[in-house]
Write a protein that binds this ligand. Structure first.
Ligand code: DLZ
Length: 282
């Protein structure tokens, strides 16, 4: 009989977009927004919801409790987007931790996670971030080098911090993003690298046939990975404008080259563990 329930709260128009980007970052699915001459609405959906009644000691006071898989990451995101409204993480009396976020003056949300959430789940095999002895190829495009050099710096920094020796990093430069897949394919074919990190920057406003190039580059990199069995990670920025590109090529945080390098280390480690046998306590 019941199909869904919705909690509606009003917020200041100038705050709506900020809140929406936080909720998106936290992993809410964006519902169909609406707009009329008086207002606009932005629904955000969670996979599971419930209405819970408690007799005796109440679990927490916020209007709504949202369970997340990683409380510390959720807290960092909330701090980044709404520092003035994010509380500290605290222990609860129900073997979990929680922090509060004031999304609107009449909407207090408690984000929480059990202390040992996955105890009853089967063990998973995961790669780690120890890059010792691993060899990496980095294919980087010269087009938009103002950005791609920052991505390269981020990638090298991540590899070096994870104990990858500089002589085990092979950098290959190509003219533009379109050339990344074929260079990656050739490099993978040499058998001299354990993974390839691809770095480029496509800017919609400055690129004719942007969609086609972006699709082709993505497809080509994926195909090279599948054909060769060598992990390829994706550090090709697809941006609306230069400002967005600068944002994703940050010197300290938010550098896509750094992220792609970390993913490459994890994938090499995972591949090794899977080869040894997934049941070895990885
Ligand atoms: C031609 C072109 C254009 C217009 N824009 C970009 C871009 O934003 N980012 C990028 O990496 N490369 C661009 N290119 C170059 C193509 O990727 C390719 O190098 C050339 O078309 C030569 O094949």
């Amino acid at each position: 009989m019941i199909r869904s329930f919705t909690l509606v709260r009003q917020t200041a128009p100038e705050k709506l977009d900020r809140l929406a980007s936080l909720l998106r970052a936290l992993g809410f699915e964006e519902g169909a927004g609406w707009q009329d001459e008086h207002s606009r609405g932005a629904p955000f959906l969670a996979p599971v919801g419930s209405l819970e009644l408690v007799a005796g000691r109440a679990p927490a006071s916020p209007d709504i409790l949202i369970e997340v898989s990683d409380l510390d990451v959720a807290h960092q995101l909330a701090r980044k987007h709404l520092p003035e409204s994010t509380g500290e993480i605290e222990d609860t009396h129900w073997k979990s931790r929680v922090f509060s976020l004031e999304l609107a003056s009449n909407l207090h949300v408690g984000f929480w996670a059990f202390n040992e959430p996955f105890k009853s789940r089967p063990k998973a095999t995961e790669g780690d971030l120890d890059g010792r002895g691993m060899r990496f190829g980095i294919v980087v495009s010269r087009w938009n080098s103002f950005i791609t050099e920052r991505l390269l710096q981020g990638a090298i920094d991540a590899l070096r911090r994870s104990s990858v020796h500089s002589s085990d990093i092979h950098i290959v430069r190509v003219p533009g993003s379109f050339e990344i897949p074929s260079a990656a394919r050739s490099l993978a074919g040499t058998g001299t690298v354990d993974a390839i990190i691809t770095l480029g920057c496509l800017i919609r406003g400055e690129t004719t046939h942007y969609e086609h190039i972006a699709t082709e580059v993505t497809r080509g990199i994926g195909q090279s990975a599948q054909e060769t069995g060598i992990p390829h990670t994706y550090g090709v920025l697809t941006c609306e404008d230069l400002e967005q590109a600068i944002d994703r090529a940050g010197l300290k945080s938010g550098n896509k080259g750094h992220e792609a390098a970390i993913s490459a280390i994890e994938m090499v480690s995972l591949k090794k563990k899977l080869k040894r046998g997934a049941g070895d306590g990885a």
